[in-house]
Design a binder for this molecule. Structure first.
Ligand SMILES: Cc1ncc(COP(=O)(O)O)c(C=O)c1O
Length: 368
């Protein structure tokens, strides 16, 4: 491909492999299997590569589970906050593990899913999250079973449990303490289980993360309770692999110079608005020119952020938004009808492929 029209998400397989090698290392050293959390990243044009390093996928819905089955293969962990009866029948066709969110759903459906490995999501009442919005242990949380009594009553119906209680947790000692607490509280039930998933949110592919300590903690837990451990990395699997490549379409001035690019935070990087965070800019490099970079939608707060840049941005310049893979393409939308970024992959051998571009028909087809 000679030149792609911006905007586009550029996934770089060599950067992806950096994370995947760590995932493989953790598997080899600790025995923990990793299943990709599709809620974070489901761009299946790179699944041929990811499949070589990961054990399968985990999902949040029937469609995600089906995507995992059809496009990734290997193990399909099917979790959903709630299932309808029709969805249970459909997902049972291809799920290896069905993870219910509540005791009532387990009781409702366990007869229908005989033959599958069945698990329950448990809310251990601890969490590591900087955001109330993403805290599964927040007050009134509906995510997972809270009552040990209820759990004990149905323990005979399940072979595993899923605890998802981390969010970008890069503190291995904090994780170690949490696992000790979980072990102490659920030991008699853990002893009866074959597998335990620790969910996602552990930032073990971050530079400098103490991997050997992490592996020892995982190995110790799985040996102590005789369980196969699973990790469900989303962000950790794809972090720093992707840029959103954009072009400056206008520069306006209101106290500060504001470069408006041909993409939108609201439509293409929604989580930054939801969590009120600012993405990093990978191009231009940092410098002394202070500028705001803003999106092209009509939302007043559609702003990537204010940055100190090497160059003063002008119309036609390229701006690359760093780390744009997680919770982005899965959430992109057609707000304002602004053009949807294409999906481009730089393969391991350096060739660049335009995988998919979107046009008016896709926009119109998403409505009726
Ligand atoms: C049950 C479960 N597993 C895995 C993940 C993936 O988390 P992350 O992308 O932070 O690794 C999430 C994220 O919300 C989750 O809810």
């Amino acid at each position: 491909m000679s030149h792609a029209h911006t905007p586009y998400y550029l996934i770089d397989e060599n950067k992806l492999v950096k994370n995947l090698e760590i995932i493989r290392h953790v598997r080899e050293q600790s025995g923990a299997h990793s299943v990709l959390a599709l809620k974070c990243f489901s761009t299946w044009c790179v699944f041929d590569l990811m499949r070589q390093y990961m054990d399968g996928t985990t999902s949040s819905s029937l469609f995600e589970a089906r995507l995992g089955h059809e496009k990734f293969g290997k193990e399909v962990h099917a979790y959903s906050v709630v299932y309808s009866a029709e969805e249970i029948d459909a997902v049972s066709q291809f799920a290896d593990k069905l993870i219910f969110n509540s005791v009532s759903q387990l009781k409702m459906f366990h007869d229908r899913v005989r033959g599958l490995k069945v698990g329950l999501r448990v809310n251990p009442g601890i969490s590591y999250s900087h955001y109330d919005l993403a805290d599964p242990a927040r007050r009134y949380s509906r995510l997972g079973v809270c009552s040990e009594q209820e759990l004990r009553e149905v323990a005979g119906f399940i072979s595993g449990m899923m605890f998802h209680f981390n969010c970008e947790n890069d503190d291995v000692e904090n994780l170690s303490v949490a696992l000790e607490q979980i072990g102490a509280r659920f030991s008699t039930i853990l002893d009866k289980m074959d597998w335990i998933s620790l969910g996602g949110g552990i930032f073990f592919t971050k530079d400098g993360y103490p991997l050997e300590r992490f592996c020892a903690i995982l190995k110790n837990f799985s040996e102590k309770y005789g369980v196969q451990l699973y990790l469900e990395p989303g962000e950790a699997a794809i972090t720093n692999s992707t840029e959103l490549v954009t072009t400056v379409l206008d520069v306006v001035h209101n106290e500060i110079d504001i470069a408006i690019v041909d993409a939108s935070v609201e439509a293409h990087l929604l989580d930054h608005l939801i969590y009120r965070t600012n993405p990093r800019i990978s191009v231009p490099a940092p410098g002394n020119n202070r500028m705001m970079i803003a999106g092209r939608s009509c939302l007043a707060g559609d702003i990537f952020g204010s940055y100190e840049l090497e160059t003063r941005l002008k119309v036609g310049d390229e701006v690359r938004i760093a780390d744009s893979a997680g919770y982005t393409m899965v959430k992109k939308n057609w707000f304002n009808g602004v053009p949807m970024p294409s999906i481009v992959v730089r393969r391991l051998d350096g060739t660049v492929e335009l995988i998919r571009s979107f046009g008016f028909e896709d926009y119109a087809g998403s409505l009726s």
